[in-house]
Design a protein around this ligand. Structure first.
Ligand SMILES: [Zn+2]
Length: 234
């Protein structure tokens, strides 16, 4: 009967990192009023007559955006802390909001495309498949977690030297402080088209070509702009 259920360990969940990410970063470096004014004039987005009003509107938008962003961070933090607590006790079937809190948009899309149900249990993400109900999947995940932990205990017994060392966790490519700085600098919008949906952190110079994970080399792009950029390069 169990053969039809597929419980697959997806990855170690970076929930601590996700919670860290909800700390508001330092205030973004922004143009001065004068710089904004000049930019709008040079780009022809304002004329001499209306430039002051346009600058005022833009500065007001920035403040509103900061407030919105802080509020969004606070809410996300609350959700994540509750999720961390619950998932230590029981497997939690993740809804789409929780998935987006935890994973980058590429992985969320992947889960959606594969129509995968994802559960979090004790810092491990599992994907499940099979003709079972949610309570049944929760039991199957616990069994899988028990099997895995028994396996690692036995293995550690065989390799005494590793017994005291924690298992290595997968490192994230882009440090949190950089993500926060980039998000704030780009104001939560695609750097090319300004969309606010499906944003991804993109290396301007790819890592493979020596580009670093610094705020200067990373920008926010929406999925669409990121894809079209990828096509141009290849
Ligand atoms: Zn875009």
């Amino acid at each position: 009967m169990k053969k039809k259920a597929k419980i697959e360990r997806l990855e170690v969940c970076a929930i601590e990192t996700a919670i860290d990410r909800t700390k508001p970063g330092p205030p973004p470096e922004r143009e001065t009023r004068e710089q904004t004014r000049l930019r709008l004039l040079i780009k022809g987005e304002a004329s001499d007559d209306d430039v002051d009003a346009v600058v005022d509107a833009e500065i007001k938008r920035r403040h509103e955006w900061d407030k919105e962003w802080c509020q969004e961070l606070r809410e996300r933090r609350k959700r994540l802390v509750a999720l961390r607590r619950e998932s230590q006790k029981n497997p939690v079937h993740l809804n789409s909001v929780q998935l987006e809190d935890l994973l980058d948009s590429e992985k969320v899309e992947n889960c959606k495309r594969l129509r995968r149900d994802v559960y979090l249990f004790r810092n491990i993400l599992y994907s499940v498949e099979g003709p079972y109900s949610e309570p049944e999947f929760k039991i199957l995940i616990r069994e899988e977690a028990d099997r895995e932990s028994a396996y690692f205990q036995r293995a550690c017994g065989r390799h005494q030297e590793c017994a005291s060392e924690p298992l290595p966790l997968r490192r994230e490519r882009i440090p949190e402080r950089v993500r926060v700085a980039v998000w704030r600098r780009d104001q939560g919008r695609c750097a090319r088209c300004g969309r606010r949906e499906k944003l991804e952190y993109d290396h301007i110079i790819p890592v493979a070509e020596g580009g670093g994970s610094t705020a200067r080399n990373i920008e926010l792009l929406c999925e669409r702009c990121n894809r079209s950029k990828g096509r141009k390069i290849t």
